[in-house]
Design a protein around this ligand. Sequence first.
Ligand code: ZN
Length: 252
Amino acid sequence: MATYNDEGIVLRRIDYGEADRILTVLTRRHGKIGVIARAVRRPQSRLASRTDLFVRSNMQLARGRGELDVLTQAEPIASSPHASDPRRAACASLCAELTDRVLEDHHPDDEIYTLVADALVACADTSRDPRAAVVWFGRRMIDRLGYAPQLYDCAACGRRLGEQAARFSAEGGGLLCPQCAAHDPAAIECSVRVIKCLRVAASDDTSLWARLQLDPATLAVLERVTEAELAQHLDRRLRSFDVLRALETAPS
Ligand SMILES: [Zn+2]
């Protein structure tokens, strides 16, 4: 069997047969691929920990006869430190679910690969709320998909928006002036602060985003806006948002 090497991140995995696992792996040079990891559920398997969710490794893969390539070796680059914290794990799952949902197989994209790898690292960064990573990642993916919302002019009538709170319409494609907002009951109220954060994310300025003070209330609105847009643009809702919300409201 022909083999090749690539760097990859495990986005999804399911147990298969007696001891195998089927993985969805985002690779840097081959895009998203299906991989079978044979016998990794046996206790003595060397590759078992390399098939954990969100682990990033240098992989050696063999071309399979069918849809799935075969994992033959893996040297970890980054582990998966999210597992011990359910909120961080849920945020990482959300990034992985979104990636899996929007990317087609075998379409490599180095920028998206880096975006996903960085998002998973950020979800594990204990100095920051992991939802900041989810919002950043979601907003960057929305832009990459070509759905960048209108954040400076009213998305309905085109009037310039003043420096004041406004409502965000996922269906309308951005912020609305007060007159237009009256016609969209689903539009989400956004403070001046939330609007500023949306604009920073749209500018793709990672260092400015890293310096923003994101309090829980601001993050909650940013997350709602991002979820509403993704629901608007993807066929199905992302289940990970429900998991995350259940964790946010559960007593700690
Ligand atoms: Zn308007």
